[in-house]
Design a protein around this ligand. Sequence first.
Ligand SMILES: [Zn+2]
Ligand SMILES: [Zn+2]
Length: 178
Amino acid sequence: MAPRTLSTAYGAVHDRLRRERGRASAHPCATPGCDRPARDWAYNGSAPFVIGDVDGAPRTWGMNADQYEPRCRRCHLRMDLGGTIATCPNGHDRATHGTSGTGCAECSRIRARNRYRRNRMNAQAPDVAAAIQTLDFPDLVAFLDGLTFGAYAALVPHLTTTTIRRLFDHYAALETPA
Ligand SMILES: [Zn+2]
Ligand SMILES: [Zn+2]
């Protein structure tokens, strides 16, 4: 009998996983030190894998049942948000830096530091018009969002026409109902 090629479609792999290994919830979470029960079969990132689309969203999944480990939702999310069990998506070691919910404590600290810098810049009002020229667009939007309307209106004339047009496109996109 010729060997049968198994389907690597997302649903087929997950069906096989349940058939061969049972329900993830019958196992403890595979993360060392995590004492939660598992909820899902989580792909461990190894080859061979498929890059595809599941229910309209881009996903990457392993082809074989042995590429999955039982994980609790929190650990599963940490892996699927781009990091690994050991490191955050930005490469910070989770054991050293600690965690903040499903996220990374070091990334939270960096975001807080950037917020603080922007607020300091806000306080140095005469220099703001010059300083905002150096921000990239997402930082500029975040900075402007934190201002009172009066401070905002005073700064807009210092922006280039291109930037103002981008801002209006950005606000228009926010107002478009989903
Ligand atoms: Zn866990
Ligand atoms: Zn991080």
